[in-house]
Design a protein around this ligand. Structure first.
Ligand SMILES: Cc1cc2nc3c(=O)[nH]c(=O)nc-3n(C[C@H](O)[C@H](O)[C@H](O)COP(=O)(O)OP(=O)(O)OC[C@H]3O[C@@H](n4cnc5c(N)ncnc54)[C@H](O)[C@@H]3O)c2cc1C
Length: 469
């Protein structure tokens, strides 16, 4: 088991059960051929493999993963399955009313499909569909619910939302610092490690040829598909790429995604303390900061809390600091203790992190490289658990030449807003990132923000990127 599986509680838990651990997959040794080769064994690549086999069980599908399937962010995330309800405003701006509604509907359908898939395939991934709540976790965040609720009314989907005053919020989860918020009824949560490893098991069972510890060389525009790895080459009719933040160093993608770290901490079980703060349903929570905090409970009575947008990278490369960062994970622990003083003496059992593929629009985008055979989906910006299922379905349709309702969604063939060229991109990402987190922290503590930090934190949005305050 790799180090990350020992650090990330979700993976550690999943890998302790034979049905999620499964048998080790071999590394690719020698050359081979396939109908479709997939690069990346996270949700995107694995759902693409699943949907390819659903479309045609006879297809020969090869999946290449540089580590082990699900050991990237797919097995380590917060497990929120949100669809697109809370992104309705961004989608409205990007795609207009019809496009936004099509995306919101597709996101809702994805949640339903994921729920049935887990039931039908016997994958117990602790799924709950109790909704999620946006909260003001400091006085200056009050009113953070107004914009999502106004957009929902404008789009006519407000029956899925509910404003919560402090008393109503306390009935879901009581914290001395939560000041009110809004509930979105449709969201769900999942145990991400179990979902990823359960999906891997089913892929092996239905005949997908999985090769792990097999890093593929980056792909680029080409008339033929030939994927090189250290142990051999795969020639295929079509390719699907779901390599997430790692694609930031691939030619043609560096200016479309930048990597940022998100870090999590999880407590020991304390179900009686959750009951004392009324947090007994599967409802998940995030706050209205730009550098968001997201929190949920687990079936065995823990709190897992993550902090977003904590770290940039100077080179675009995904180094070990994305797996673990002392400062980022400490911020997660501090937030647990600030939100829930009764958890201050509950041990923290694990801390870990992972890279987020931030796109300039905050939305994933799906495309096909020139040459017409290599299809990719990336740019989830920390909201990929549900959307990667949808994107995997689109990629499978693309690779088999089918047009479907999903392939007509506006994220398909969308050109995301490009990030500036290097060295401005990496330097800018690190500096503005630090300013955004610093600004959030100071405002939450009721302190002032100096003009330089204010300027830097707001710079990305002024430049037209959907990031920061
Ligand atoms: C800490 C954290 C918390 C998050 N919380 C949430 C959440 O609560 N809800 C939500 O919706 N989203 C969340 N996300 C985001 C979500 O996890 C991702 O959007 C989603 O997992 C993306 O899936 P993916 O398959 O595209 O990418 P990944 O899971 O990153 O999979 C990509 C895979 O490709 C492999 N790979 C890369 N390069 C190569 C190569 N050259 N050859 C072979 N293999 C390669 C990687 O090893 C990796 O396994 C979170 C992310 C993190 C890090």
């Amino acid at each position: 088991m790799s180090d990350i599986a020992r650090t990330c509680w979700w993976l550690l838990e999943a890998m302790s059960h034979p049905e999620f651990r499964g048998d080790p997959a071999p590394a690719l040794k020698g050359d081979t051929t396939a109908d479709v080769v997939i690069v990346g064994g996270g949700y995107t690549g694995m759902w693409a493999a699943w949907h390819l086999k659903q479309a045609d069980p006879g297809l020969d599908v090869v999946l290449l993963e540089r580590d082990e399937c699900g050991f990237g962010p797919s097995g380590r995330n917060g497990g929120f399955i949100n669809g697109f309800y809370d992104h309705a405003g961004e989608l409205y701006e990007l795609f207009g009313r019809d496009g936004a509604l099509a995306m919101v509907d597709a996101g809702a359908q994805t949640i339903a499909e994921l729920a049935s898939w887990m039931t039908d395939n016997g994958v117990d991934a602790w799924f709950h569909q109790d909704g999620y709540i946006g909260v003001a976790s400091a006085p200056r965040q009050r009113g953070g619910w107004e914009e999502p609720l106004a957009v929902a009314r404008e789009l006519g989907i407000d029956d899925h939302y509910e404003q919560l005053d402090k008393a109503a919020l306390d009935r879901y989860c009581e914290s001395p610092v939560f000041e009110g918020g809004h509930l979105v009824r449709d969201g769900g949560t999942v145990h991400p490690g179990r979902l990823a490893r359960g999906l891997r098991r089913r892929l092996v069972e239905i005949g997908v040829r999985v090769y792990e510890h097999t890093p593929a060389e980056p792909l680029g525009p080409a008339p033929r598909v030939e994927v090189r790895t250290p142990g051999g080459t795969v020639k295929a009719g079509q390719a699907v790429v779901g390599a997430n933040a790692w694609m930031g160093t691939w030619k043609g993608f560096g200016n479309r995604i930048v990597a940022r770290g998100s870090y999590m901490a999880i407590t020991a079980p304390a179900p009686e303390r959750l009951a004392a703060i009324n947090w007994t349903t599967g409802v998940s929570i995030y706050d209205y900061r730009s550098a968001i905090r997201y929190l949920r409970t687990t079936d065995d009575g823990r709190i897992a809390l993550g902090v977003g947008g904590e770290r940039g990278t100077w080179t675009g490369a995904i180094g070990p600091s994305f797996d673990f960062d002392e400062t980022g994970t400490r911020h997660a622990v501090e937030a647990i203790h600030r939100f829930f003083p009764s958890f201050r003496d509950v041990p923290i059992e694990a801390r870990w992190g992972g890279p987020i593929d931030v796109s300039g629009t905050h939305q994933p985008f799906v495309g096909t490289m020139p040459g017409g055979r290599i299809h990719y989906g990336v740019g989830y910006t920390g909201n990929g658990v549900g959307p990667a299922h949808l994107v995997g379905k689109i990629l499978a349709a693309r690779a088999t030449g089918r047009e479907t309702a999903e392939t007509r969604l506006p994220i398909v063939d969308m050109e995301p807003r490009r990030w500036p060229p290097e060295p401005f991109r990496s330097v800018g990402a690190v500096i503005t990132n630090a300013a955004i987190v610093n600004r959030d922290n100071r405002l939450d503590e009721g302190q002032g923000v100096d003009p330089v930090t204010e300027f830097l934190a707001k710079l990305p949005r002024r430049m037209g990127y959907n990031i920061g305050p």
